[in-house]
Design a binder for this molecule. Structure first.
Ligand SMILES: [Ca+2]
Ligand SMILES: [Ca+2]
Length: 438
C-alpha cells in the first residue's frame, strides 16, 4: 500500500473517532505518518482502521482461570513511534498482520503462519534493532464471582464511614473516575448525570462505550452513582464524575493491549482516578508501562485483587504504586473468594454489594440471571470501585496529593483487621472514608 493511500485510510478512520475535529485528525495523521520519534499523539488519534481484535471474540468464560496468553498475537514495542509504512513493511518481513497501534509506540500483530506462535516471532525479533521488547498479548477477564445474591442492605458505604465522610465532602465534579471495564449504561437514570465523555476501545471509538455485559455499570454505580435523587443507590463519591471506557466485551473478556490503551486515554482525557475491576495471573509489559504513565501523571490506579482465593499475585493489581483491593463481607471477614497476600494494599466490602445494572437486557441479565436496573453482586470487582470512590473523595478534598501520598494516606487511615498491623489477609486494613478525608 502506498503512503498516500495509507494516509487516506488513516484519515478516514480518524474522522469517526469521538470528539476529534477534522483539524485535530489531520494534525495527528501527519505527525504519525512523518515518523515523529518521541512525539506523543493523543490516544485514539493514532488508532488506525484495521480490523477489530479477534481475541475478543474467543475469550475464556467461566470463573476458574484468571488469564492466559493469546498464542497467535504478539505485542511489539518499538524504540520510536513507528509510522504506518514502516509497520506494514515490518509485518510483511516477519509474516505478521498488523492489528492495532498504540500512542506509546506499541503495535499489536497477529501471526499469519498457522504453525508460528508468538514465541517463535519473539525469538526472531530478539536481534531486531528497532524492537525494544515483544511479548504475547494477554487475555484479561472481569473479576466478579457468580454467586446467588440475597442480601437486601447496602451495608458497604455504611461500614466504611461514607456518610460521615459526606459531611466533609461528597466529591468534586472536577474529579473524574475512569471505569475501565465493559462500558457503562449511558442511559441509566442513577448514573447519567455523572457521566463524562468516554471511549470505546473495542470499536476504536466508532460506537459509544455502552455496556453490553453489566459488570461495568455495576462497578460505576459503586464508585459514583448519583445521590440525593430519590432513586436507587448512592455511590461512594456521589458528586465525582464517571468516565466510561469499554475494554471488556459482552462476555467480560478483554486484552492487556486494549486495557493499556484505555489507561492512556483516561490519563490524557482528564481522569484523576482509574478503576480496573479486572486482571489475571500474567503481568503485561505494555499495561505495566501504561500504569506507570498514569502514576507519573498524578493519576491514582485502583485494581481488584481477584477472586481465586489465592495468594498468587494478580496483575495489574500487584504492580508497584497500584492500590490493590481485596474483599471483606458485612462482618469484616475476608470474603471467601478474595485473593490475599503481601501484595494487597487495602480491603473494602465486596460481598453482596447492591449497585446499578443496565436498564435493558445485557449478557449478565439474560445469561447469568441478574436483574436489570439494580442488583447485588459479589467480587473484588465490587470492592475496588468502592475504594476508587474513597480515592475520589480524597482527591476532591486534597487535590494536591500525588498517587503515592493518596495510597499512603488511604493505607495509614485504614481500620486494622486480623493480626495487628499489616497482614496478608487484609493488607493495611479496611478503608475508612471518614478518616481518609478528615
Ligand atoms: Ca441514587
Ligand atoms: Ca491487620
Amino acid at each position: 500500500m502506498s503512503k498516500t493511500s495509507f494516509r487516506n485510510l488513516f484519515r478516514k478512520s480518524l474522522q469517526g473517532l469521538l470528539g476529534l475535529t477534522l483539524l485535530a485528525s489531520t494534525v495527528a495523521c501527519n505527525r504519525f505518518a512523518d515518523f515523529p520519534g518521541a512525539q506523543y499523539p493523543q490516544p485514539g488519534q493514532s488508532l488506525n482502521g484495521f480490523s477489530p481484535n479477534p481475541a475478543l471474540t474467543r475469550g475464556v468464560r467461566g470463573a476458574s482461570r484468571a488469564s492466559a496468553q493469546i498464542a497467535d498475537q504478539v505485542v511489539v514495542q518499538f524504540h520510536a513511534q513507528p509510522n504506518p509504512v514502516f509497520l506494514q513493511q515490518f509485518a510483511q518481513q516477519n509474516g505478521l498482520q498488523l492489528l492495532r497501534v498504540s500512542p506509546m509506540g506499541t503495535a499489536l500483530f497477529r501471526t499469519l503462519n498457522q504453525g508460528m506462535s508468538s514465541a517463535h516471532v519473539m525469538q526472531s525479533l530478539r536481534s531486531n534493532q528497532m524492537v525494544a521488547y515483544s511479548h504475547p498479548n494477554t487475555l484479561y477477564r472481569s473479576r466478579f464471582t457468580v454467586n446467588d445474591p440475597r442480601s437486601s442492605e447496602q451495608y458497604g458505604p455504611a461500614i466504611i464511614g461514607a456518610a460521615k465522610a459526606w459531611d466533609i465532602t461528597m466529591g468534586s465534579p472536577n474529579v473524574v473516575i475512569a471505569i475501565i471495564d465493559s462500558g457503562i449504561d449511558l442511559q441509566h437514570p442513577d448514573l447519567r448525570a455523572n457521566l463524562v465523555q468516554g471511549y470505546n476501545v473495542l470499536s476504536q471509538g466508532q460506537t459509544p462505550p455502552q455496556d453490553d455485559n453489566g459488570h461495568g455499570t455495576h462497578a460505576a454505580g459503586i464508585a459514583a452513582a448519583v445521590a440525593d435523587n430519590a432513586l436507587g443507590v448512592a455511590g461512594t463519591c456521589p458528586r465525582c464524575k464517571l468516565m466510561p471506557l469499554k475494554v471488556l466485551d459482552a462476555n467480560g473478556s478483554g486484552t492487556g493491549f486494549d486495557v493499556a490503551l484505555a489507561v492512556v486515554w483516561a490519563v490524557d482525557n482528564g481522569a484523576q482516578v482509574i478503576n480496573m475491576s479486572l486482571g489475571g495471573e500474567e503481568s503485561d509489559p505494555t499495561l505495566e508501562r501504561a500504569v506507570k504513565y498514569a502514576l507519573s501523571r498524578g493519576v491514582s490506579v485502583v485494581v481488584a485483587a481477584g477472586n481465586e482465593s489465592t495468594d498468587t499475585p494478580m496483575y495489574p493489581a500487584a504492580l508497584p504504586g497500584v492500590i490493590s483491593v481485596g474483599s471483606v463481607d458485612s462482618y469484616r471477614s475476608r470474603s471467601s473468594f478474595s485473593n490475599f497476600g503481601n501484595w494487597i494494599s487495602v480491603v473494602a466490602p465486596g460481598s453482596s454489594i447492591l449497585s446499578t445494572m443496565p436498564m435493558t437486557s445485557v449478557s449478565m441479565t439474560s445469561r447469568d440471571g441478574y436483574r436489570t436496573e439494580y442488583d447485588f453482586m459479589d467480587g473484588t470487582s465490587m470492592a475496588a470501585p468502592m475504594v476508587a470512590g474513597v480515592v475520589g473523595l480524597m482527591r476532591s478534598r486534597y487535590p494536591q496529593l500525588n498517587p503515592d501520598q493518596i495510597k499512603a494516606r488511604l493505607e495509614g487511615t485504614a481500620i486494622d483487621l486480623g493480626n495487628a498491623g499489616f497482614d496478608n489477609e487484609f493488607g493495611n486494613g479496611m478503608v475508612d472514608a471518614f478518616r481518609a478525608v478528615m
